[in-house]
Design a protein around this ligand. Structure first.
Ligand SMILES: Cc1cc2nc3c(=O)[nH]c(=O)nc-3n(C[C@H](O)[C@H](O)[C@H](O)COP(=O)(O)O)c2cc1C
Length: 201
């Protein structure tokens, strides 16, 4: 099996919903398996540290997850047009993997959720690509052959899946948003399998 890491941070569950849909897309590709992981919130030194195991949902990611997986889907809520601090904090701890080239040549995609429709989905997605480019990852987006890109009235971009959750995070993931998230998972998994087959040839 080719493992693909779906790594996300989510405070209110909207980014998590997208992560689960991307994971379904990955798991629908024969030979591919989604490894769902999250990251803990960050706190100042005067606050309590989080337990090693989250109260619910998938486990916290370990650095070896990055090394072992053959692809990465990275998700974060939009915060001030950028990724959330917990995800940035996790990425800032990947210097050893960066120096070793552990992620170089592996495919990656990015996804996000926002409270407002024009609150920075594209800026967040593009800024999340920057550290992945430094790692030498091969970024995969969504082509317009995915018809939901033309019909969506909420999230879903060529830069990666997204969800407009509304200010109170009450909006369900729309059909178009879900179709694009699943398509992203499939595309990422198929790309990882092709790259793995190419490197064996
Ligand atoms: C500190 C902070 C900053 C935020 N900045 C933005 C923003 O720039 N644009 C936006 O549309 N929503 C913004 N939001 C709203 C979140 O993106 C939105 O609630 C998102 O759906 C949360 O995802 P989650 O349910 O995965 O935690 C912000 C929320 C917080 C707490």
């Amino acid at each position: 099996m080719t493992d693909i890491l779906v790594l996300y941070y989510s405070r209110h569950g909207s980014t998590r919903k997208l992560a689960e849909l991307i994971a379904h897309g990955i798991d629908s590709v024969p030979g591919a398996h989604a490894r769902l992981r999250t990251v803990p919130p960050v706190s100042t030194v005067s606050e309590a540290t989080a337990p090693d195991i989250p109260a619910d949902g998938p486990p916290y990611a370990e650095l070896r997850d990055l090394e072992e997986c053959q692809g990465l889907a990275l998700g974060s809520p939009t915060r001030f047009g950028n990724m959330a601090a917990p995800m940035k904090y996790f990425l800032d701890g990947t210097v050893a993997q960066w120096l070793a080239g552990a992620l170089s040549g592996k495919p990656a995609c990015v996804f996000t959720a926002t409270g407002s429709l024009h609150g920075g989905q594209e800026t967040t997605l593009l800024s999340m690509m920057l550290p992945l480019l430094h790692h030498g990852m091969l970024l995969v987006g969504l082509p317009y052959s995915e018809s939901a890109l033309m019909t969506t009235t909420s999230g879903g971009t060529p830069y990666g899946p997204s969800h407009h959750a509304r200010v109170d995070n009450s909006a369900p993931v729309s059909e178009d948003e879900a179709a694009l998230a699943r398509a992203m998972g499939r595309r990422l998994a198929e790309t990882a399998l092709r790259l793995a087959a190419g490197s064996r040839a």
